[in-house]
Structure formats: structure tokens, C-alpha cells
Design a protein around this ligand. Structure first.
Ligand code: ADP
Ligand code: MG
Length: 579
């Protein structure tokens, strides 16, 4: 773990070493000051050599100017190192997240991922910057000032050292308690954030059910727990700092009284006592730094562990060695004995599915909601892996095809359109980011949305709000269709693309979809059966598997499940379970 952590320093080694060297000089300069004071008090002043005092003063000023420069470097460039390391980790984490399977995101809360990326990395950054420096500085300071104290007066040093050990013990145990309470605070704030995210995204639902008060109540629980955890944390923080302050004052008292006694007995002289007091107070700083370090280390490493935990999750859907790059895809798709389940193998969503779509033809999939139609579609771009059987594209098992080249050849239009925050143009360009503006317009025309877009004051540069909230369902769907037009894949999957729309919009979109599916292998799921009458083959899927297949006329003639679904709709009645 530590090794992995250190590996993140490697690209920033030069800056890191600069940081450490400066930290070292800061420690040395700090250690020099009491010695010079002692020299002034013991020798310079009694000798009456005032010129010497001026020289000492000038030397001190120069040394402190250097210290200021080193200080600046440590404060600025040291933090820069921490920030860069954090940046690299965030980059790696994000890149890794992009490779993970869809099933990972099915099972992981967005808030959890967010808190890894934001909170944990922040703590890691703190550790990355302050950790080595704190450890290094405090060790030098402790050893250095201890050596100085011993050299000035070892008896006094041994007396106060027992005191110092007690202080370190107090600091570490108290600090631990404090750190725990602050960890608890972070957990609570994560809850508040998650709650907030959920409530704000669902604010329209909350309002429509007039459940604002219920939402406030839910929120107030987390909010109160957060407040309480903070109050507790501040209590332990106050205990810690009060205790430390008191103990260090006591330390001064011990030094002054015992040292005073020694001075009286002539065991020690004034300059020694002076320097002594200064060194003793130096002790406080490394102790504070050390306790800070132990805490930073704990939370930073805990964060780093969670970070590594995610990095170690290996995607299970990956390219085989020598995966095939598709060229000139015809688009024939075959399912051979395909079985699939999401979690447990006993809970099969699809069993022994066999079907084939010839290149350029259209296959329609109908059946009740929950039959597994969407699941079946998601197997083609390998969003999920089949448990058994195989799916072939142009006769090649899709597991042998590179995932990128497989997905490049498939266009997916779904019922729930997701648009990214940004402009209309950006969202259409998502289909093929290197397309020209003319191509974007062409795609929009094909998707029957161009006229609408240019009627807007900002045209293609219209900002569509978060997830496209400023557009109607039909407009969003048409933008998503334009996106696929631009991508121009030979295979098309239309998963209830029109079921959320009103009749009139549906006709416009149906028209765009027909244009889109021309000359492409198309798998269409539609809840309005009239839209699939012209399919080359219709497959009726229920939770028992494929029940019927054939052309529209054949199935009507057969007078089975399809016919009853169709007739029910034709009479203007759409059964609930037909989706
Ligand atoms: P359809 O599209 O025919 O309505 P789906 O393919 O969406 O049906 O769902 C088929 C079954 O798989 C349902 O029982 C559903 O609960 C389950 N299911 C769908 N998606 C997931 C998922 N991501 N994880 C676990 N189970 C799922
Ligand atoms: Mg579905």
C-alpha cells in the first residue's frame, strides 16, 4: 500500500526533493536561533562588544530572510506537489471508472463514487503534502532540540523529558479520539450530500406529490445527525487543544522553576536558561506536527485504501487478446442458445434464446413488461455478458470483437433519453465528436428536429439545462436520434423509443426512426404494435421465452398471443402488461 502511495510521488520527485530540502533548512535555522541567543546573552553582551551585537543582528536577519524564502517554497510548492498527486489520482480513478462494467454502476450509489473522488482524495492530498514533511521536520526538530537541550544541561533535560513523554502520549490518544469524531462528521456529511442529491433531483416529484414537508423531515434527520457529530467533534478538539496548551504551559513552569533553581545554584547560566526555554518551546511544534501526522496518516491511508479498492476492481467485460477490429460490418446478428441472469444463476431472465436478424432487416420484439426485452438488447453491445450460448455478429462471436469496434457499430435509442448538460450542438456531436457542423445539421434534419432548433434564439448553441430539462420528451428523443444519425452505425436498437410520447410526436419520431433504420439491421421494441407491423420478423417474448415468431400477417392468422395483443390495441385498449 505504502509502495503504491509512494509511486505517485515519482513524477513529481524534483519538486518533492526541493520541498524536503527546504524543510530541512527551516528546521536547521530554527535550531540555530536559540544557540545564537545564548551566545549573545552569555558572551556578546557581557563583553560589552556592541558591534558584535549588530553583526549578530544582521546575521539573524539574513538567516530569517532565507527562512522566509524556504517557508514560501514549502508552503507553496509543497502544496503544489500534494495537489498534483491528488490530480493524478483523480485522473486515474476517473479513467478507471470509465472502464468498469455497467453492472458495477447498477450496484454502486453515485454518492459513494462522488465521495471517493472528492473527500477521500482530498484527505490523501493533505497527507501527500504534509505527511512526509511533517514527519521529516518533526523528527529533525525533536532530535535536534533534544541534542541541544542535553548539551546545555542534561539533568534538567531528563526531568522535563518525562514530562514531554507524558505529553506525547496525551496528544496521540486525544488526537486519535478527535480524528475518529471528525471521521464520523465526514460520514454524516456524506449522508447529507446523498440526501440532498436525491431530493434535488427528485424535486419535481416531491412538488407534484406536495411532499415538501416529508422531504424536509427526511433531510432534517441527516442534518441533525451531522450537527450533533460536529458538536461532538468540536468537544474533543477543545479537549485536545486545551490539554496540550495546559501541558505546555506546565512545561514552561517546570523549566522556569527548576531552571531558576539551577541558576540560583550556579549549575546553569542566564544564556543557557534563555536558550533552554526557547528549545523547550520548540518541542511543542514537532509534537503538534507528529500528532497531526498520525491523524493525517490514518485518514489519508484509509482514503487511499478505498481508492485502491476501486482501482483493484477489474472489469469483467474486456477485450480478448488479439480482439478483432470490425471492418465493413454487414450487420447480421444471431443469438444461439443464449441464457442470461443478472445476479444469481437461478434467476434467469433469458433462457435458450435463439434468433437471427439478417443484415439490413428489421426484427421486432414484443412482449409484456419484464419479459427481458431490454436485457436482450443490452447483450448485443456487451453491456452484460451472456451466461451461456453465444451472440454472433456477421458470424463472429461478439466476445472475440474489440468492445470499442463492436459498440461503434451499434446505435441505441432508448425510452429514457439521457442528454448531457451543454448545448444542443454538443449533444448531437456526441454521436461523432469529429463531425462537421454541416453534418450535425444534416443529422438534425434527418431526425426531424432541425426546424425546431433554428426556431430557438440561440439555435444549435441553445443550452439545454441539466440532463436536457429544458426540452420536451419528444425534442430530447429527436436529439438523441440525431446523435445516432451522426454516429451512423450499421446496427440499430430501438428500445421503446416512442413509448413515452404522445401520438402526434410519435408520428414525427416514427418517421425519423424509419429513415434511420433504412439499410440498417434493426432490432425494435415498441409498445405500440402498429409501429412494428412492417418488421421482417416479429418475435413475441414472455418470461417463459420466445412464444411466437413470424410476420405480422402470419401471426394474426395464427390467432395466438400476438393476435390478442394486437386486437386489444386495435380496439383502442392497451393492456397494462404490454410494454
Ligand atoms: P423488459 O424490457 O422486457 O420490460 P427488462 O429486460 O428490463 O424487461 O427486465 C427483465 C428482468 O430483469 C426484470 O425482472 C427486471 O427486474 C430484471 N432486471 C432488469 N435490469 C436489471 C439489472 N440491472 N439488475 C438486475 N435485474 C434487472
Ligand atoms: Mg424494457
Amino acid at each position: 500500500m505504502i509502495k503504491k502511495f509512494i509511486s505517485y510521488y515519482r513524477p513529481h520527485m524534483k519538486l518533492f526533493i526541493l520541498d524536503m530540502v527546504c524543510a530541512f533548512f527551516i528546521a536547521v535555522l530554527d535550531l540555530v536561533f536559540p544557540m545564537m541567543t545564548r551566545e549573545i546573552v552569555n558572551n556578546v553582551i557581557p563583553s560589552g562588544n556592541i558591534r558584535m551585537l549588530y553583526i549578530f543582528t544582521i546575521v539573524l536577519v539574513v538567516l530569517y530572510v532565507f527562512r522566509a524564502i524556504f517557508n514560501y517554497i514549502v508552503d507553496y510548492w509543497g502544496h503544489v506537489v500534494g495537489t498534483r498527486i491528488e490530480h493524478d489520482m483523480r485522473r486515474d480513478l476517473f479513467a478507471h471508472l470509465q472502464t468498469l462494467d455497467i453492472s458495477y454502476f447498477d450496484n454502486t450509489k453515485t454518492g459513494y463514487i462522488m465521495s471517493r473522488i472528492v473527500n477521500d482524495l482530498n484527505e490523501i492530498s493533505e497527507l501527500a503534502h504534509h505527511g512526509p514533511e511533517d514527519l521529516f521536520l518533526s523528527i529533525i526538530m525533536l532530535i535536534g532540540s533534544f541534542a541541544m537541550l542535553m548539551s546545555i544541561n542534561w539533568k534538567l533535560t531528563l526531568i522535563i523529558f518525562t514530562f514531554v513523554i507524558a505529553m506525547i502520549w496525551f496528544a496521540i490518544t486525544k488526537r486519535k479520539k478527535m480524528a475518529e469524531s471528525f471521521r464520523n462528521v465526514r460520514k454524516k456529511i456524506a449522508n447529507v450530500n446523498a440526501q440532498l442529491e436525491n431530493s434535488i433531483s427528485g424535486i419535481r416529484v416531491a412538488k407534484s406529490f406536495t411532499n415538501e414537508e416529508y422531504e424536509m423531515e427526511k433531510f432534517s434527520i441527516g442534518n441533525r445527525e451531522f450537527k450533533e457529530s460536529r458538536e461532538f467533534a468540536f468537544k474533543s478538539m477543545a479537549e485536545f487543544f486545551t490539554g496540550i496548551r495546559f501541558l505546555s504551559n506546565m512545561l514552561n513552569v517546570v523549566v522556569v522553576s527548576v531552571g531558576g533553581l539551577f541558576l540560583y545554584k550556579n549549575v546553569i547560566n542566564t544564556g543557557d536558561l534563555f536558550a533552554y526555554l526557547l528549545y523547550v518551546n520548540f518541542f511543542m511544534q514537532p509534537i503538534r506536527r507528529l500528532t497531526q501526522f498520525t491523524q493525517q496518516y490514518q485518514s489519508g491511508m484509509a482514503g487511499f485504501e478505498r481508492f485502491i479498492e476501486i482501482l483493484n476492481i477489474k472489469p469483467s467485460i474486456v477485450d480478448k487478446e488479439n480482439a478483432i477490429e470490425l471492418k465493413d460490418v454487414k450487420g447480421k446478428i444471431e443469438f444461439k442458445n443464449v441464457s442470461f441472469s443478472y445476479n444469481s444463476k437461478n434467476n434467469r431472465v433469458l433462457s435458450n434464446i435463439n434468433l437471427a436478424i439478417e443484415a439490413g432487416k428489421t426484427l421486432a420484439l414484443v412482449g409484456p413488461s419484464g419479459a427481458g426485452k431490454t436485457t436482450l438488447c443490452h447483450l448485443i453491445p456487451r453491456f452484460y455478458e451472456v451466461d451461456s450460448g453465444e451472440i454472433l455478429l456477421d458470424g463472429i462471436n461478439i466476445k472475440d470483437i474489440s468492445i470499442k469496434s463492436l459498440r461503434k457499430n451499434i446505435g441505441l435509442v432508448q425510452q429514457n433519453v439521457f442528454l448531457f448538460t451543454g448545448t444542443i450542438k454538443e449533444n448531437i456531436l456526441y454521436g461523432r465528436p469529429d463531425a462537421s457542423f454541416e453534418e450535425v445539421v444534416e443529422a438534425a434534419k434527418n431526425a426531424n428536429i432541425h426546424d425546431f432548433i433554428i426556431s430557438l434564439p440561440d439555435g444549435y448553441d441553445t443550452y439545454i439545462g441539466e440532463k436536457g430539462i429544458k426540452l420536451s420528451g419528444g425534442q430530447k428523443q429527436r436529439i438523441s436520434i440525431a446523435r445516432v444519425f451522426l454516429k451512423n452505425p450499421p446496427i440499430l436498437i430501438l428500445d421503446e423509443a416512442t413509448s413515452a410520447l404522445d401520438n402526434e410526436t410519435e408520428i414525427i419520431i416514427q418517421n425519423a426512426l424509419e429513415r434511420l433504420s433504412k439499410d440498417r439491421t434493426t432490432l425494435v421494441i415498441a409498445h405500440r404494435l402498429s409501429t412494428i407491423k412492417n418488421a421482417d420478423e416479429i418475435v413475441v417474448l414472455t418470461d417463459k421465452g420466445i412464444q411466437e415468431r413470424g410476420k405480422h400477417e402470419e401471426l394474426i392468422e395464427k390467432n395466438g398471443l400476438y393476435a390478442s395483443l394486437y386486437n386489444a390495441q386495435f380496439k383502442g385498449f392497451i393492456p397494462d402488461d404490454v410494454n
